[in-house]
Design a binder for this molecule. Sequence first.
Ligand code: ZN
Length: 218
Amino acid sequence: MNETAATASDPRHPERAELDRLVACEYCDAVYRRMPISPGERAQCVRCGGELYHESRRAYRRLLPLVVTALILFIVSNAYPIVEMDLRGVRTQTTLWGAVQALYADDMTLVAVLVFATTILFPLTEMLMMLYLLVPMAENRMPRGFDRIVRGIRQTRPWGMIEVFMIGVLVSLVKLSTMAEVLPGIALWSFGALVVVLAAMLSFDPRDLWRYLERPPR
Ligand SMILES: [Zn+2]
């Protein structure tokens, strides 16, 4: 893993330095040489108009507070009940984990696994991987296994579907409200907030993390 030592500034790898300066359009695969741009500016593809990159060399610094907020909201969302129902005097409440267990007990194993993976496992894995990278990066250290973790983040990202889950919960709440008295729990609100924080967090392109390698800590 001494790969990270060979960076753009390494005179022993001039061809690699040249490669690091190239950027491919994500939409039409046109290749450009990366030019320095100022914060707030965007480089656009002349062929298709897609955004190539924006100045984000230090964008990951703003990411750490978002990831920590998301983790706290995630813990709250899982620790408290999502809904409380009152069906003719019988009160029941459920947490997300309780819902997964109930699905499993009802022989809906596949649904239980899907809900668990898309709302707990993958979002949590991505947040922990981000934290693992961002804490040492904030201290200008190089996290071990940087390349594997960045690839991991890109791979787990499509599997986190908390917002899909939220829509499902809201639809069921509206339907159930005709049969029972439905009280939204703390977790429902924190899930709502989590969706917003995650959206902000996911607007960050993990490809930008690679740029960190070009300016490694001494
Ligand atoms: Zn293009």
